[in-house]
Design a protein around this ligand. Structure first.
Ligand code: ATP
Ligand code: MG
Length: 175
């Protein structure tokens, strides 16, 4: 039994990914190894460029979605799932190698909801990372099984978001 803890940041309000990346920054401030994998995204968000400059940060090149998943053919969808499964297996190999004090699995909840990653694969990845340090999982729609497994659960509520007033995503704030 490890004494490392699982964090889940979920809900429809802004602040899930930035919270997890803030934790990464905090751990890097102690010069401890941090592993970051981002599901569902293109890897271009500002914090990733910044975190890359830390020697103790490992940014994993995750499997990518090619366009809207719902518009892919069943064969392409299956291939995308296969790529995600392989990507998760490679993550475990890297985690075993670098033994991160913190692992960030950004938007894993969304990948689980879209069934790009199976719950079985996600739990196996999380358990692998928990051997070495804390794990932070983010994304809307956290499945109940993860909420049950987590030690910290923070649900961020969108009381207001300017997107609803027609304000588009802004550089340095949303990405
Ligand atoms: P952040 O990365 O700013 O911490 P987040 O991780 O909580 O946000 P996601 O659900 O991952 O938010 O959403 C991705 C993008 O949508 C981000 O650019 C985020 O700022 C923005 N966003 C977050 N909440 C809302 C909302 N309620 N309405 C519209 N856009 C949102
Ligand atoms: Mg996010």
């Amino acid at each position: 039994m490890s004494h490392h803890l699982l964090h889940v940041y979920t809900g429809d309000g802004k602040g899930k990914t930035t919270t997890a990346m803030g934790l990464a920054l905090r751990m890097l401030g102690h010069n401890q190894p941090v592993f970051i994998a981002q599901f569902m995204k293109d890897g271009k968000s500002g914090e990733l460029h910044a975190l890359r400059s830390f020697e103790a940060a490992y940014l994993f090149d995750s499997a990518k979605l090619r366009g809207f998943f719902g518009r892919l053919t069943p064969e392409q969808q299956e291939q995308t799932r296969q790529e995600h499964l392989e990507s998760v297996e490679r993550m475990k190999v890297k985690i075993e190698e670098i033994k991160p004090a913190l692992t960030v699995l950004d938007e894993l909840n969304v990948a689980l909801t879209m069934r790009l990653v199976t719950m079985e694969a996600a739990i196996s990845l999380i358990d692998c990372a928990l051997l070495y340090g804390d794990v932070a999982v983010t994304g809307r729609y956290a499945p109940q099984a993860l909420l049950d497994k987590a030690d910290y659960v923070s649900k961020i509520e969108a009381v207001k978001h300017p997107f609803n007033e027609g304000i588009q995503a802004r550089k340095g704030i949303e990405f």
